[in-house]
Design a protein around this ligand. Structure first.
Ligand SMILES: [Zn+2]
Ligand SMILES: [Zn+2]
Length: 137
């Protein structure tokens, strides 16, 4: 992808976004440091809540939650609950609770089916449709 100038979501500084996302390299580094702190804090205090971690380390709640969601804190075997990204129910693993996970997987599958069907119809209209061609893509 082409690097494009982006304002850092944390400090507002303009940086060249290489596809890594919303933060400038400085803030990314800071986040890495904070994530290490969070990981070691959680190791020492496995029963702490997200709020306690944020207060103790002065880090953003979103950072802790994104660590939990990406599974970066799973190895420490913590007992932290955080809200499901869809319905807000308290969960311990992943991004969504079981119900939402199921629903979302279903929705994705359904939308893929929809897109495929549309593409098939388009191809049939154009008369270039062939089953093998489609599978290859
Ligand atoms: Zn920044
Ligand atoms: Zn949910």
């Amino acid at each position: 992808m082409i690097p494009k100038p982006t304002n850092c979501r944390e400090c507002g500084r303009l940086f060249l976004n290489l596809g890594s996302g919303k933060y400038c390299p400085g803030c990314m580094q800071k986040h890495e440091r904070q994530m290490d702190e969070i990981a070691s804090y959680v190791r020492d205090n496995p029963r702490s809540s997200v709020d306690e971690i944020c207060t103790a380390l002065e880090v953003k709640k979103s950072l802790v939650i994104s660590m939990l969601q990406s599974g970066r804190l799973e190895e420490v075997n913590i007992d932290i609950k955080y809200p499901c990204a869809s319905c807000g129910k308290m969960i311990r693993h992943g991004r969504y609770c079981k119900a939402c996970g199921k629903k979302i997987t279903g929705e994705i599958a359904a939308s893929i089916r929809r897109v495929r069907k549309n593409a098939e119809l388009q191809k049939m209209k154009k008369g270039v449709y062939s089953k093998d061609q489609w599978i290859d893509q």
